[in-house]
Design a protein around this ligand. Structure first.
Ligand code: ADP
Length: 392
């Protein structure tokens, strides 16, 4: 049996994969199938010979994974090279609170919990089913984005709602991006050589969330019952007055499906500025687009509010850490989000911030009371390690 873990991250129309060596963290064989179900799917596969592209007739995840299976075999990665298949699952709900070996009961539970993550869990279920078909003899391990936050303190996890209704409906703060927050907070503590560090992690990708972590344990996080709460995102609004939803139902003739579509797809940067991709947003800001400018300012303002809130929740911080696509790559957002916070011990050194780098790094001055860091996230490695830990 091999020592690598095939990590799968199934989205609604995409399937990302990496063959991860959990000890070294290296993953030279990796790729993505995009536009699954569109009639023009495409596999982009990378191995040590370089990158290749293949047009596919993949109208579902099973067909996509069959193509990935073939590409992996051609790269010398057969089932015997693999220890397990690891799956990223967004929502584990109240019962799936650590990585688990998938059996029929676990799969049924992930499907059941899809009511809390209707966009995210169904493709994960498809990915797991496909992997069981393609790799019937390998253990399938599911890792959950909510698991890290399962033991949030009750004061952070509890909504101020009718208690019996909330308990009956299992309404609580579950958080998300936990695989990334746990990994990045641990890397930051290692970088600072302070295992007990108080860390504020800002995971800024298409989805975005903040977490307050002390000594590796979660203290608070911005996503809630579902991945809709908290920071401004590509297409999601984050925090809203719930009265807005009542108002729109009552006066704008929006029904449940309209609201779901609005909240998931037509809000956030997309809603405010007609662009969900941060690169497109920045280009529009630079071109003088007022709506894009406001959207950028709203994005920064919300981030700053969460940093302030989590400084209070943690009683001060040792580090603020930026990660994921936007957090890792957009120096100007990092500078703007933390501008004017030197009274709170937060400063960004312009040269360090703008330096072109892909490694974990300090971007605050050496004598700054709170370290500001950029730590590239590596959810695939974290999932591979969770799988190895589970399988012993
Ligand atoms: P996901 O949540 O899908 O994993 P990522 O972490 O890859 O997302 O982040 C995607 C976001 O990061 C997009 O908004 C993209 O525009 C932004 N992004 C990635 N690289 C850059 C870059 N070099 N400059 C600006 N934005 C970037």
């Amino acid at each position: 049996m091999g020592r690598h873990v095939l990590v799968l991250n199934a989205g609604s129309s995409s399937l990302k994969y990496q063959v991860v060596d959990p000890s070294s963290g290296e993953a030279p064989v990796r790729g993505i199938v995009e536009r699954i179900g569109s009639g023009s799917a495409r596999l982009t596969h990378t191995d040590d010979t370089g990158e290749s592209e293949l047009d596919l007739d993949a109208d579902d995840h099973r067909a996509a994974l069959a193509a990935v299976h073939d590409a992996l075999e051609k790269s010398g990665v057969g089932a015997s090279e693999l220890l397990a298949v690891g799956h990223r699952v967004v929502h584990g709900g109240p019962r799936l609170t650590r990585a688990v070996l998938v059996d029929d009961a676990v799969l049924a539970e992930i499907e059941h919990v899809a009511r809390l993550a209707p966009l995210h869990n169904p493709p994960a279920v498809d990915g797991i089913r496909s992997a069981r078909a393609a790799y019937p003899d390998l253990p399938q391990v599911a890792a959950f984005d909510t698991a890290f936050f399962a033991d949030l303190p009750a004061a952070a996890a509890t909504y101020a709602l009718d208690r019996s209704l909330a308990e009956h409906e299992q309404v609580r703060r579950y958080g998300a991006h936990g695989i990334s927050h746990e990994y990045v907070a641990a890397e930051a503590a290692r970088l600072l050589d302070r295992p007990g560090a108080r860390v504020i992690v800002l995971h800024l990708g298409n989805g975005a969330s903040a977490a307050a972590v002390r000594a590796g344990r979660p203290v608070d996080t911005s996503m809630g019952l579902t991945p809709l709460e908290g920071l401004v995102m590509g297409t999601r609004a984050g925090d809203l007055d719930p009265g807005i939803l009542l108002h729109l139902m009552r006066h704008a003739d929006l029904d449940l499906d309209d609201l779901e579509d609005l909240l998931h797809h037509r809000s956030g940067l997309e809603g405010m500025a007609g662009r969900h991709d941060f690169r497109d947003l920045l280009a529009a800001v630079d071109a003088g687009d007022d709506a894009a400018r406001t959207a950028y300012d709203v994005y920064c303002h919300r981030l700053r509010k969460y940093v302030g809130a989590y400084l209070a929740v943690l009683g001060g911080a040792d580090a603020v850490v930026f990660t994921a696509g936007i957090g890792e790559h957009v120096a100007r957002l990092r500078a703007d989000a933390l501008a004017g916070l030197s009274a709170l011990g937060l400063e960004v050194d312009p040269a360090r911030n703008e330096a072109d780098s892909t490694v974990p790094r300090l971007i605050s001055p050496d004598d700054s009371p709170v370290a500001v860091l950029v730590v590239p996230t590596n959810e695939e490695l974290a999932i591979a390690r969770q799988a190895v830990a589970l399988l012993g």
